[in-house]
Write a protein that binds this ligand. Sequence first.
Ligand SMILES: [Zn+2]
Length: 230
Amino acid sequence: MNEAVAGVRANVARLHGELVRYGLIVWTAGNVSERVPGADLFVIKPSGVSYDELTADSMILCDLDGNVVPGSEGSGRSPSSDTAAHAYVYRQLPEVGGVVHTHSTYATAWAARGEPIPCTITAMADEFGGEIPVGPFAIIGDDSIGRGIVATLSGHRSRAVLMRGHGVFTIGKDARDAVKAAVMAEDVARTTHIARQGGPAAPLPGGAVDALFARYQNVYGQRTEEGVAR
Ligand SMILES: [Zn+2]
């Protein structure tokens, strides 16, 4: 178990660098978490710590109620202020292995308007299988953000939700998958926003969206022992 926790700590610390690399965050906003395989635990970023100072041993180990595991490495610090939301998602959606939150500019602009991002380009059909939906406005602190994420994404193909007036939450089979969804959500939010400046952008036909999504999820990419890497 210690080895599994150490692996997840290293992974989560490294993946925060991807949020910086893709320009999804400013200052200390944003967070990545990952479930510890085979345990009712997850690892998340400490609250308010500079991205330059995020190391594996400063990551925080929590149970699925969002409580810091006493005596664990990094437990002297408070976990991310979004910990309750991440914990709620892990409790309710056992297939989810990673959760990411950002206020990335273009996606959050759609969230500010409370407008779902329509599926007008193939990259979006591939990755999200349709529009990126809007979840309710919810105040940070308790599990109301988590409830909004789960209610919006349950039964939806999209791994991203625009929480109204706030920002983006993404889920994935692991943290890398959720980070990829956050990167792609910002990319399609930007492209769709720019397309709109020039005129209307028609959603793709539903049949084409279904076919693109099925192909991308099942065929595209490099086959590995663990499935298809995309
Ligand atoms: Zn936020």
